[in-house]
Design a protein around this ligand. Structure first.
Ligand SMILES: C[S@@+](CC[C@H](N)C(=O)[O-])C[C@H]1O[C@@H](n2cnc3c(N)ncnc32)[C@H](O)[C@@H]1O
Length: 294
């Protein structure tokens, strides 16, 4: 036992505060890992959530509840319901190498509609969304899709060239498994990574990093983590986007507040950017070429 921070334990014995926090954190972590709802989230992420909650609450029970609430806030609200992953899996099973373009499009549209972030983008993917971005960045040879959610199912409309490489990453293994199953049928030049991006931001160089609608979710997890991730990317271009309506479709002034967040970020990064609105998404295409650390 360390002697540092040793205090009279209100519950009895003499324990170091560090030791007690450590064991509460471990218990929360184990409980989160075993909860069916959270077991597909990356262990690094659950460990971070446990470490966040443990010192903030008096009792283990309160801390566990707080960790669960936070996970729900940053992650649990986007899928239509608990069955979405299973339903999406069944749709992917229907595809084969001989599926027509029409069949692939129909499956992808259905899956995109199951996640609120991509559902809101559905009306724009065919004509505007990616073409507006590539018209600024040029057609990329390498794309990283950070905190991708179901966005990889927009690949049929992304307009990437045949040799382009696309990599999608997310903290949720069930999504990553689903996306991998789709990619193995759809594209040879694509891959997935199951990762907590706060703990392990991607180190590989890329032409374009998509950081779509997830910046607020990172800031909720850990203040400043969105900026830290952006600043550490080895990307020539970053596409940062924000939702401008609530999940319920209400206009509560998010456009103004996120525009302020983006302007501050771009100023901190000391880079140039172009911005526009596509559907209900506020998009910033940020030129990081003068900052890139290869
Ligand atoms: C609001 S959704 C955005 C999904 C997608 N980028 C889009 O716009 O369609 C946020 C996504 O971030 C993922 N995510 C949250 N925290 C993460 C983390 N620490 N590391 C990796 N992915 C994370 C969630 O699993 C979820 O898929």
């Amino acid at each position: 036992m360390t002697t540092k921070n040793k205090k009279k334990d209100p519950l009895g014995g003499l324990h170091s505060i560090d030791e007690k926090m450590g064991s509460i954190r471990e218990r929360i972590y184990e409980d989160l890992m075993q909860a069916p709802k959270f077991s597909s989230l990356h262990p690094d992420f659950l460990n971070r959530m446990a470490a966040w909650a443990a010192p903030r609450y008096k009792s283990y029970k309160e801390a566990l509840q707080a960790a669960k609430r936070k996970i729900h806030q940053v992650f649990g609200m986007y899928l239509k319901d608990d069955r979405s992953i299973r339903q999406a899996g069944k749709l992917i099973d229907q595809l084969s190498s001989s599926s027509s373009e029409e069949e692939v499009h129909s499956v992808c549209r259905k899956i995109l509609s199951m996640h609120s972030s991509s559902n809101e983008r559905l009306g724009q993917i065919e004509h505007y969304f990616f073409s507006s971005i590539w018209s600024i960045t040029g057609s990329p040879e390498h794309v990283l899709d950070l905190a991708c959610g179901f966005n990889p199912f927009t690949l049929p409309w992304m307009g990437l060239t045949k040799n382009a490489c696309y990599q999608a990453m997310d903290v949720d293994r069930s999504m990553i498994v689903l996306i991998s199953a789709f990619l193995s049928k759809y594209s040879l030049n694509a891959g997935t990574v199951w990762v907590d991006i706060v703990e392990n931001p991607p180190a590989m160089p890329t032409d374009v990093a998509l950081f779509l609608k997830s910046f607020p979710c990172f800031e909720q997890q850990e203040k400043n983590s969105g900026f830290t991730i952006l600043n550490s990317l080895k990307a020539k271009w970053v596409v940062l986007s924000f939702p401008i309506l609530t999940l319920g479709g209400k206009n509560v002034g998010m456009q103004t507040s996120y525009a302020k967040v983006a302007d501050e970020l771009i100023m901190r990064l000391n880079v140039e950017s172009e911005s526009f609105q596509i559907g209900s998404e506020l998009v910033y295409v940020i030129d990081m070429r003068k900052n890139i650390k290869l």
